[in-house]
Write a protein of this length. Structure first.
Length: 92
C-alpha cells in the first residue's frame, strides 16, 4: 500500500538528540502519527550479544533506564516546532 510521509524535527541545542513528529497518510485515507526521541549517540557495548544481555539484566534487576533529553537554548525554537506540528495536523 502506498503512503505519504511528512515529518517535523526539533534538534537539541548540542545536536545529540532530536524530537521527530511524523504524519503518515495511507492511500486509503487513514492517517497515523509517530512521535519519537532519537539519540545520535550509539552505545557500542550493546552491539554484541553479551552487551545486550548485560543491558537486559540491568533492566531485570531494576536499574534505571536513562533517556536523552532535548535542551533548547531559544524558546522560539519550541514555538516554531509547536506551530509545525499544528500544521501537520490541520490536513485531517
Amino acid at each position: 500500500m502506498n503512503k505519504t510521509e511528512t515529518a517535523v524535527i526539533l534538534k537539541c541545542h548540542c545536536g545529540c538528540a532530536m524530537l521527530v513528529a511524523e504524519r503518515i497518510e495511507w492511500e486509503d485515507g487513514e492517517v497515523d502519527y509517530n512521535i519519537s526521541v532519537q539519540d545520535s549517540r550509539y552505545d557500542h557495548n550493546n552491539a554484541t550479544f553479551w552487551g545486550r544481555l548485560k543491558g537486559a539484566a540491568k533492566l531485570l534487576f531494576g536499574k534505571p533506564v536513562h533517556y536523552s533529553d532535548i535542551y533548547l537554548d531559544e524558546p522560539q525554537k519550541f514555538k516554531d516546532f509547536a506551530k509545525q506540528i499544528n500544521e501537520l495536523c490541520e490536513n485531517d
